[in-house]
Design a protein around this ligand. Structure first.
Ligand SMILES: Cc1ncc(COP(=O)(O)O)c(C=O)c1O
Length: 428
């Protein structure tokens, strides 16, 4: 595979951009080799500067559920941008987008838009602390909620590539404010929440984790979390930045029929543009300025181009859309897992509808320790580079999920299945 131009541009990138990237995993540090510099995307495909085409299963880290450059989103963006790009006032586009999300997501009665997922979780936690007048924060090992200081403990995803379980530069006070618990462990959860019930402001969780590979929370665990947080007046925050609008319009909370006090969104709702949002019960949200005493603001928050484009995407995500996409993914995962079992191959796909990840063992993965034990390490790197050669772009890091969009055809998935089979049969 020729990557001369990627090499050239990445060298140039490193002159002024730290490590050549604006987000660490893009550097291919987790898999080695030449990071790629992409030129354009269309439907399920990405094209680099050497004109290699790749079927993309990274999809801008799960944001592009319609694939690249969907006509409706491009038209919406073009039409809106012609009217001006940012006004620093309330706009019609924000009003429409807010109405759409409030109607769709059960836990959201009021919403605030921001510019990234990190900003959403960070602000949601400040609000929960302001609302409860408490400081402690509980999260779960392997869940990633963005790069906010209080949340970078045992954070899975790209953070798992650091030597420490957290980042340098985080004051001890922030770490001391955070308790990280094992995912799906009801006993530890109950003990901890009981013990610190008067000090815990909020619990934040990915109800289906996607940053230690894909791990759906056990229903009884999530229900216990809901019951305990309600009993102790702790704010329960669902981080649905990755799962929001990925599996259905009501997000994962409507699948589980477990409703949080607050929900964070991002990725898909921007239709391919930078976005974040947090929302929840009116009583909590009304503590935000200008109505309440918790401050949070943003020059570009609720940008009309982003809102219009995001809403154009969300309008396409109806029941039929999810039925077709989810069924296609279910069939693919079942087919692959049956194959692994039949051939006695020690691997499986853990998945939740169109979010999936590969595990290098047969046993199910239930928490972060399992995820680390089931990671492929050097084998994942080989698999990643093998897939690249076959024209398939996967996330360049072991613990990241991969995603399928509505632009991926059955043939695309068949091509992926064939490539995986060849790899695991040691034919490569
Ligand atoms: C579950 C989850 N929360 C928060 C974030 C942070 O979002 P952003 O990268 O937009 O800051 C991510 C990003 O991958 C995520 O997967």
């Amino acid at each position: 595979m020729r990557t001369i131009n990627s090499e050239k541009y990445f060298k140039e990138a490193k002159k002024n951009l730290v490590g050549g990237v604006n987000s660490p995993v893009r550097s291919f540090k987790g898999v080695g080799g030449q990071a790629l510099v992409m030129k354009r995307g269309l439907r399920a495909q990405l094209f680099d500067y050497d004109n290699n085409a790749y079927t993309d299963y990274c999809l801008s880290w799960g944001a592009l559920i319609l694939g690249h450059a969907h006509r409706n989103t491009i038209l919406a963006a073009k039409k809106t941008v012609e009217k001006g790009t940012s006004f620093g006032t309330t706009t019609r586009e924000e009003i429409d987008m807010a109405a759409h999300i409030v109607k769709a997501v059960p836990s959201i009665e009021r919403i605030r838009f921001v510019n990234s997922g990190t900003e959403a979780t960070m602000s949601a936690i400040r609000l929960a602390r302001g609302f409860t007048q408490r400081e402690l924060l509980v999260k779960f090992d392997g869940c990633y909620h963005g790069h906010f200081d209080d949340l970078l403990t045992k954070a899975g995803s790209g953070v798992s590539q650091l030597k420490e379980s957290s980042s340098l530069g985080i004051p001890k006070a922030h770490v001391n404010n955070t308790i990280s618990l094992p995912y799906n462990d009801s006993e530890v959860l109950e003990k901890t929440l009981k013990k610190f019930q008067k000090e815990i402001a909020c619990v934040i969780i990915e109800p289906v984790a996607g940053n230690m590979g894909v791990i759906p929370a056990r229903t009884e665990f999530l229900q216990l979390l809901r019951d305990l947080t309600k009993r102790f007046n702790i704010v329960l925050i669902f981080d649905e930045i990755m799962t929001g609008f990925r599996t259905n319009a009501g997000c994962v909370q409507s699948d589980y029929k477990i409703i949080s006090d607050m929900t964070c969104l991002g990725k898909i709702i921007g239709g391919g543009f930078p976005i974040g949002a947090y929302g929840g019960r009116e009583e909590i949200m009304n503590c935000l300025a200008p109505l309440g005493g918790v401050y949070q603001a943003g020059t570009f928050s609720g940008n009309p181009v982003v809102m219009k484009t995001g809403l154009a995407a969300l309008k396409l995500l109806n029941k039929d859309f999810y039925r077709v996409l989810n069924e296609r993914c279910e069939q693919f995962a079942q087919h692959m897992n049956a194959y692994f079992t039949e051939k006695g191959i020690s691997a499986h796909l853990s998945h939740y509808k169109s979010m999936m990840s590969i595990r290098f063992r047969s046993e199910l993965v239930d928490n972060y320790d399992d995820a680390l034990a089931a990671a492929g390490g050097e084998v994942y790197s080989r698999l990643f580079h093998y897939l690249l050669k076959m024209g398939i772009y996967w996330p360049p890091a072991d613990l990241e999920a991969f995603f399928v969009s509505s632009a991926h055809s059955k043939n695309d998935l068949n091509q992926l299945a064939d490539a995986l089979k060849k790899f695991f049969n040691n034919k490569v």
